[in-house]
Design a protein. Sequence first.
Length: 148
Amino acid sequence: MNIILKQDIPNLGHKDDIVAVKDGYARNYLIPKGYAINATAQARKVHSEIMRQRAHKEEQLKNAALQMAEELKKVSLTIGAKTSTKGKIFGSVNTIQIAEALVSKGFEVERKQISIKDDLIKEIGNYSATVKLHKEVQVDIPFEIISE
């Protein structure tokens, strides 16, 4: 029996996959639990239309992310931090400060999209952070930590 999965199921498939399973597994477990629907001709037609629309929306999101990535490549950040006389930072610089600096420059980026190669930054200097704008689009942003 062919079914369309409504969610990811381990060892079977991902959401919106059309898979073949045994009739009893589909009728007694997957369909009653709401994990799948029967892949009738009408359900396949609806599924293909949904996938076509989703691909179109995904393409638009990717293009927007690529445009933002081109703008972010031109950006260099300077973040001020309180430091000791030896150049050690009191506390550390993390993704929150980088996200705030990007928002102040006019980029809507959440801190969850940012990852720093060095987990904790405790000294002044030049570093790099990666911003993941889309599952296929990432951009590296250089930033400098200076003493306030």
